[in-house]
Write a new protein. Structure first.
Length: 271
């Protein structure tokens, strides 16, 4: 695992120690009552011949700041993403390396009607009680043998877990859980290098598993999606949706960039 990822995990462990000290149930943020079903939303988007884009409110990457995003900004950006046709919004909540915040997440949940994903390094069950979202990211390469337990716990608390994998071993572990959403991270957490071929290699394996086991998983390609050509590449491989952060925020026009990606099928015959 890359040294940067190790640093992020150490920082997350410090946050969890603080959570253990506070541990005040009254501080929990309640989620809107209506269920925002990401799986139905993704299927409907495909029927509309549009790309299911999970657009990300992303202030920074490790060592690379994109823009300052406060809660009001997060709400405005997410609203533009929703208006452009995003199927869901991802909100980074890791504070030190990605400059995210739980306040940004709360603000987004309150201001959009589409599903919201909390994207963070979730390594302890206390984090599941910090605040509410519709989906939560669980990284197989970090959770290891704890993955199945965390998936079950997330489901019991009303979250739809998005299990992120990067290789075949992590994929096999993910497929043993009850998670319906599999995120293929094109970024290798050992080197931080991005290769879209990761989706090309792993997506067909998920399709084969579902065919053999009469099951159904939604495949989301993550990292390295910048253009409509990138979308075509991963969709042809079997991805059902894409998660895009950096290219949308860097573009400067959140609405226009999100809409361009949502409308990517207009350029290709994907049916």
């Amino acid at each position: 695992m890359h040294s940067v990822i190790k640093e992020i995990i150490r920082s997350t462990e410090k946050r969890i120690l603080q959570l253990k000290k506070e541990n005040n149930p009254e501080k929990k943020e309640t989620m809107r009552e209506e269920k925002r079903d990401i799986i139905i939303a993704i299927k409907e988007k495909r029927l509309q011949k549009k790309v299911a884009v999970i657009a990300e409110v992303k202030p920074a990457s490790p060592g690379k700041k994109l823009m300052d995003i406060m809660p009001n900004d997060a709400a405005r950006i997410a609203t533009e993403m929703e208006r452009a046709g995003a199927v869901a919004v991802s909100v980074l909540t890791e504070p030190e390396f990605f400059h995210g915040s739980l306040n940004n997440l709360v603000s987004v949940v309150r201001n959009v009607s589409i599903p919201v994903l909390r994207k963070d390094f979730i390594i302890n069950e206390l984090q599941l009680d910090e605040t509410r979202s519709n989906l939560i990211l669980l990284i197989a390469g970090i959770l290891g043998e704890e993955l199945e337990h965390m998936v079950n716990l997330a489901l019991s608390k009303g979250f739809e877990p998005l299990v992120e994998i990067h290789d075949r071993i992590e994929l096999e572990r993910a497929l043993r859980t009850k998670a319906k959403l599999i995120g293929i991270n094109n970024r290798d957490l050992s080197t931080l290098e991005i290769d879209l071929d990761t989706t090309l290699k792993l997506a067909p394996l998920i399709k084969e598993f579902d065919l053999a086991n009469n099951s159904e998983h939604i495949i989301i390609s993550e990292s390295g999606i910048h253009s409509t050509q990138d979308i075509k590449k991963v969709m042809v491989a079997g991805a059902d949706a894409v998660l895009v952060g950096t290219s949308i925020i860097k573009d400067g026009d959140v609405y226009a960039k999100t809409k361009q990606l949502v409308d990517a099928f207009d350029e290709f015959d994907m049916n």
